[in-house]
Ligand binder design. Structure first.
Ligand code: WT7
Length: 665
């Protein structure tokens, strides 16, 4: 743990004072702190110290206390072969058991586990007992399709309860799931099915989006077409929009026909701690997304603990996270974290839209939601439309507000706190990544004084730091690489099918002189004089559009796969609403003309290669791109040009300096 934080927390009265000297610091509300599990910084500091002094008993005690085990583990952590960690070896458990069965023996059996609201306003509610039953049926249906332990099942679904049910059913029988965001294209789905060697796909006929029904199953047919994915033997289809749907006999099955008749008993498969739980693809610095692998026990513990800590969850809470199950936030904080804790999780199919700009606030009022977790991009959009919409709703049920996905600017943070939370709810800015499994840096609502725009301190057991290129800690307020020094239970275990990429992307980018392994996954940050972390954004070739992570190389390869494009370079540009927007520079094949039609074609092409979220906002044509003599595109220059700034810094490595003038002109 980082020395600056220690020096500040060793004398808590001083700490608060020094924090208060800063202009805007918000202390946890007293009523909340009095009831909280972690009710002040001393308790937090003790946990940090315990984790540092004796990590094995810190994590081991928590794992024994917070999870049910079919067989106790023999060893807490095996870090003898870094960067490949093994957690809780020898133990057997099952996350579906921890999310469902264990609550059935308690008063939670009849408590609501999931409240789902469809976009047209249809509502479905599941108690823990009911959800367990649905999951058992779905698990038996998967078995009937010949799916067993170790078989990868892809999910390509809208936000319907069956998405959560399918995830839990896969986990129950030990079949790792690979959820592919429903907004990705057939091409992107196909790549992921092939890479994961998926045996089955679970999908729906379609879903609702912005007051229209949108088909989904045709994209699955396209992905599987021409024998592209021979590993896929069956497709299970939920009927959601009742549209005529082509079903291939022998391969495709309706959920309502196959699942409904199954037995409602299916015991959870005992899984080894390090058995795979899921693969989730995310963008990196190359053209190909990586399959991030998470395993059973460590992920379960981390999703469980972080949910409990950051929201200080209480029995009576009604909790809502607005993410899609296609992202890690949906995995950890709609499904696994909340259910493992026996909480009530709300799931919403819709989004704010012209016909219903107040959709979120209406839901908060209707279900008396007490904890609301969303993304800065959404908050900025609401802010732009003014407070008159949220002011029409009674949101007094709220006690906590969370944000995730990108840095939140202090203005949006303040607006969120004042307008949505009525000035009463702590804002929990949570920094983490697909790779980290759960939240890493975040305020604790009962303990941490918050500063708008800072994710504050690392959670207990997380040794975060900001370092220079040699892995040495930088001084307070100096920018550097955000790293994690020690393994934690929720860490990703590898890149599916590519151990080398796992090593290189995350653990070998920065190698301190003492030879230790430190985890780095792409963010720049600074730590202020009080030990508060301020995440500045990606420092690699990844852009963050509305909290969606996109690799510039992926978009570039989509562009050059169009016959008119010979070369492409993609950069992010600051955007008031989306955080970043996508700017593409293209060089055309000779004889091609750059015009509006081509721009439209290129945007559509990227949409069908990756998905609509990857479509460039702006496409510029240029005869040449700025490159070094070794042929590397100098993105720094393009970023400056996209932002309308003067190109500063060293341009001496530029191969052809006249390119600059052409690009400016
Ligand atoms: C990247 C991870 C974690 C779930 C959603 C995104 C950025 C995430 C914050 C935050 C500043 C943040 C980082 C990170 N990010 N949360 N609170 N403050 N930046 O998951 O797709 O894996 O993206 O999102 O750049 O590396 P992801």
């Amino acid at each position: 743990m980082n020395g600056r934080l220690f020096s500040m927390s060793s004398d808590s009265s001083n700490t608060i004072e020094s924090v208060l000297q800063e202009q805007r610091v918000f202390l946890p509300p007293k009523a909340l702190a009095d009831k909280a599990r972690i009710g002040n910084l001393t308790v937090y500091k003790d946990m940090v110290q315990k984790a540092k002094d004796d990590p094995d008993s810190f994590w081991g005690d928590l794992a024994r206390k917070e999870l049910k085990w079919f067989k106790p583990f023999d060893r807490v952590l095996d870090w003898s072969n870094p960067p490949f960690a093994r957690w809780f070896d020898g133990g057997q458990t099952n996350i579906s058991f921890n999310c469902l069965d264990r609550h059935l023996e308690t008063s939670r059996a009849d408590k609501e586990a999931l409240i789902w609201e469809g976009e047209p306003g249809d509502v479905r509610r599941f108690t823990y007992k009911e959800l367990h039953l649905e999951v058992c049926r779905a698990a038996n249906a998967l078995k009937a399709l010949g799916i067993g332990k170790g078989d990868l099942v892809a999910l390509y679904m809208p936000m319907i309860p069956e998405a959560a049910i399918a995830m839990l059913a896969c986990a129950r029988i030990g079949a790792p799931h690979s959820v592919v965001f429903g907004g990705f294209s057939a091409e992107a789905l196909r790549d992921r099915l092939i890479d994961g060697n998926a045996k089955a796909v679970i999908t729906a006929d379609g879903g609702f989006r912005k007051d229209k029904s949108v088909p989904l199953k045709p994209a699955v047919d396209a992905a599987l077409g021409n024998g592209a994915c021979p590993s896929v033997q069956s497709v299970l289809v939920v009927q959601r929009i009742n549209t005529p749907t082509a079903m291939q006999s022998g391969r495709d099955h309706w959920w309502h026909e196959l699942v409904t008749d199954q037995s409602s008993e299916c015991s959870a498969e005992p899984m080894e701690s390090e058995d795979r739980l899921f693969v989730l693809y995310t963008s990196g610095s190359t053209g190909k997304p990586k399959g991030v692998v998470h395993t059973t026990a460590g992920y379960n513990l981390w999703a469980h603990l972080t949910f409990k800590w950051i929201f200080d969850i209480r029995e009576e809470d009604i909790y809502w996270c607005t993410a899609d199950v296609g992202w890690i936030t949906g995995h950890s904080y709609i499904v696994y974290g909340p259910l493992s804790n026996g909480a009530t999780s709300v799931m919403y199919e819709g989004a704010p839209r012209p016909s219903k700009p107040g959709a979120f606030w209406e839901l908060i009022q209707k279900h008396k939601i007490s904890i609301f977790y969303t993304a800065p991009t959404a908050i900025r959009a609401f802010m732009k439309n003014g407070r008159s919409v949220p002011d029409q709703f009674d949101m007094s049920s709220l006690r906590l507000l969370g944000t995730v996905g990108e840095p939140i600017n202090p203005e949006a943070w303040m607006w969120y706190r004042e307008v949505i939370g009525g000035g009463l709810c702590p804002v929990i800015d949570t920094w983490w990544q697909t790779e980290t499994g759960g939240v890493m840096i975040s305020p604790l609502p009962g303990a941490t004084p918050t500063k708008p725009g800072s994710a504050t301190f690392p959670l207990p057991g997380i040794d975060a730091d900001v370092v220079d290129a040699n892995g040495n800690s930088v001084k307070p307020n100096e920018g550097g690489y955000l790293v994690i020094r020690d393994p934690w239970p929720g860490m990703m275990r590898t890149v599916h099918g590519n151990e080398q990429r796992f090593r290189e992307s995350y653990w070998e980018y920065l190698r301190p002189s003492d030879g230790s392994y430190i985890y780095f996954a792409g963010d720049g940050a600074r730590c202020d004089e009080d030990g508060y972390f301020w995440v500045m954004g990606r420092v690699d070739d990844v852009i963050n559009v509305s909290g969606h992570r996109l690799g510039t190389m992926e978009i570039e390869s989509a562009l050059v796969s169009h016959p008119a494009v010979s070369e492409a370079a993609v950069v992010g540009r600051q955007d008031e609403l989306k955080g970043e927007s996508i700017v593409a520079f293209v060089t055309l094949e000779s004889g091609r003309e750059f015009n509006d039609q081509l721009v439209q074609d290129l945007r559509a092409h990227v949409g069908s290669e990756i998905g609509p979220i990857a479509r460039p906002d702006l496409i510029k044509s240029s005869d040449a791109l700025p490159k070094t003599r070794s042929g590397k595109i100098m993105r720094r220059i393009l970023r400056a040009l996209a932002a309308g700034k003067e190109v500063s810094g060293d341009t001496s490595t530029l191969e052809d300096r006249s390119v600059l003038d052409k690009l400016r002109g």
